[in-house]
Design a binder for this molecule. Structure first.
Ligand SMILES: C[S@@+](CC[C@H](N)C(=O)[O-])C[C@H]1O[C@@H](n2cnc3c(N)ncnc32)[C@H](O)[C@@H]1O
Length: 339
């Protein structure tokens, strides 16, 4: 952003923020100390709040039209093409006509093809800068009514032999199809009744697959869009469940007989198995002593690293296309004490 020769007008905005980097950079550059950070999940929200100073941290659905004068998007390439486009559109909607949108990203991550697709949705590029593989484009918002995002917001899928009306969101995991590992877990659920938790529910496919009259379902995710999309998926299938926005496990004393989990490969810009480890720990912490975690791991995820520290009994249940489903029982620590 140092490449910009103009001083942005307040309020500033970062859409899809995962930390308070923009606020810190703005302070260092002597820009106005008035802005908003819009994270996509509550983990990012906590990181934003830690450094936000006077800036507001606002969930995406509370961002108002024309609320900011200058918006920044550090292209969140790990969300894929549709996710990045959704974030840019949300940032553009928050600008008045004539407002400026700065898009930063890597050449190797497709920033140039993204830039070409954005002009018809936002407006012309009025400034640009380059440093090695990094690119910065500044768009002026001139398009008042961009065409809607080309995205299948709903679809009907067969999951574990059941017809499921799936709602979707561009920023969620596997936004255009049911991931094969999700399908494998759905096909290999335990037969128990009782209290079930879908931990990291995404768009709610596993919650619907688990629905049975003798099960009390809870779905949980830390992504704002996931919680909203799961609620819509459940309504579209006539399934009832508590849907919680939380980081890791539920905050209360609830204990579950069965927890389902497809842990993330990474969250945010770096590939990192820490988020998967945190979710497995959370699963362990909210299981009944005789409960079961039924989990699917991809070939890049190690059962030895992720599961063995927390469970004494780990049995393979199914595998296909590099994904493996495990049944995990007998937590190594008392409930709430897995670290
Ligand atoms: C691999 S996706 C699986 C989504 C869904 N269960 C499916 O199979 O399509 C992992 C999910 O975990 C969620 N997640 C990651 N870290 C989390 C955390 N700390 N707390 C709650 N949810 C988390 C992500 O938002 C994402 O929806």
């Amino acid at each position: 952003m140092r490449a910009l020769d103009r001083r942005p007008e307040a309020p500033l905005l970062e859409c899809g923020a995962w930390d308070a980097g923009l606020e810190i950079a703005a302070n260092a550059a002597g820009w106005p100390d008035d802005g908003m950070l819009v994270p996509l999940n509550i983990g990012a929200s906590v990181s934003c709040q830690a450094g936000a100073g006077a800036w507001a941290v606002v969930p995406p659905d509370e961002l108002l039209p024309a609320e900011a004068s200058f918006a920044v998007v550090r292209a969140p390439h790990w969300l894929g093409r549709t996710g990045v486009e959704w974030v840019v559109r949300a940032a553009a909607r928050a600008l008045p006509p004539g407002g400026l949108l700065a898009l930063l990203g890597d050449r190797a991550r497709g920033i140039e093809s993204l830039r070409r697709r954005l002009t018809p949705m936002v407006g012309p590029i009025i400034d640009r800068a380059a440093a090695e593989h990094r690119r910065l484009y500044v768009f002026e918002r001139q398009v008042e009514d961009p065409p809607p995002q080309q995205f299948a917001w709903t679809s009907t899928q067969r999951i574990a032999g059941r017809k499921v009306n799936l709602c979707r969101h561009p920023t969620l995991f596997s936004p255009t199809r049911v991931d094969p590992a999700t399908a494998l877990l759905a096909e290999n659920l335990p037969d128990n009744d009782g209290r079930w938790l879908d931990l990291g529910c995404g768009s709610g496919a596993l919650t619907v697959a688990a629905a049975r009259p003798d099960r009390e379902l809870t779905a949980l995710d830390w992504s704002y869009a996931a919680v909203e999309t799961t609620r819509r998926t459940l309504a579209a299938n006539g399934v009832e469940a508590d849907v919680l926005l939380a980081d890791g496990g539920p905050s209360g004393e609830e204990a579950f007989d069965v927890t389902l989990c497809y842990p993330p490969f990474h969250v945010g810009p770096r590939v990192d198995h820490g988020p998967a480890a945190r979710l497995i720990r959370a699963a362990c912490n909210c299981l009944q002593a005789d409960g079961e975690l039924r989990v699917v791991l991809t070939s890049a995820q190690s059962p030895r690293d992720l599961l063995q520290p927390h469970f004494r009994e780990i049995s393979p249940v199914a595998s296909a296309h590099g994904a493996r489903v495990f049944s995990c029982r007998q937590p190594t620590a008392a409930r709430g004490r897995c670290r």
